[in-house]
Design a protein around this ligand. Sequence first.
Ligand SMILES: Cc1cc2nc3c(=O)[nH]c(=O)nc-3n(C[C@H](O)[C@H](O)[C@H](O)COP(=O)(O)OP(=O)(O)OC[C@H]3O[C@@H](n4cnc5c(N)ncnc54)[C@H](O)[C@@H]3O)c2cc1C
Length: 153
Amino acid sequence: MTDNKNKYHRYTLPIGKMAPDVWEHQKALARKNLSPLFAELITKVKRPFIQVITDLISPNAVFFQGKVLLVGDALATLRPSSALGTNQAARSAMNLVAVLEGAMSFEEWEKRSLEFAQMARNVGIQREALFNLSPRPAENPTAASEQQKDSML
Ligand SMILES: Cc1cc2nc3c(=O)[nH]c(=O)nc-3n(C[C@H](O)[C@H](O)[C@H](O)COP(=O)(O)OP(=O)(O)OC[C@H]3O[C@@H](n4cnc5c(N)ncnc54)[C@H](O)[C@@H]3O)c2cc1C
């Protein structure tokens, strides 16, 4: 994203940096593509900023025979529409108690962590579709991330 001083931003365009003509274009897109409620919200924003939303789930949560574990946002970056990022982090931490007490294997912990991440991701996609926010959900989160990278470069 290029700001009003011609500086490139990869993930966040901060408040005050939006080029006026770009924002007018974004508002036109919102009016064309979004539901009336969301379009109205966008068009009434006085100090816009943009945050790119990425979507990625690690294929593994356990590394080096359980010496390194991924939880929370490190395991999966979920879309804001899922609103499940905190649940994901807490759930992995709570399940880890069972692993440390010997009641659950690392394999089972990883399986549950990845299943929850995938479920949470799907919730986000379904909610975006419900509100007409995401017309093109990708099947593969890793591929989606690569596509997003490509489109930003
Ligand atoms: C605006 C916003 C709204 C959200 N709303 C919701 C919601 O409604 N519901 C929901 O479930 N989730 C929501 N989330 C997502 C949720 O906040 C995250 O998914 C969750 O906090 C992830 O927890 P985490 O422990 O993985 O990471 P974090 O909470 O990001 O914790 C990582 C910690 O590591 C620290 N850290 C980073 N680098 C280093 C370093 N090098 N050395 C030491 N420490 C370091 C950071 O300071 C931070 O304290 C929201 C997020 C945002 C930004």
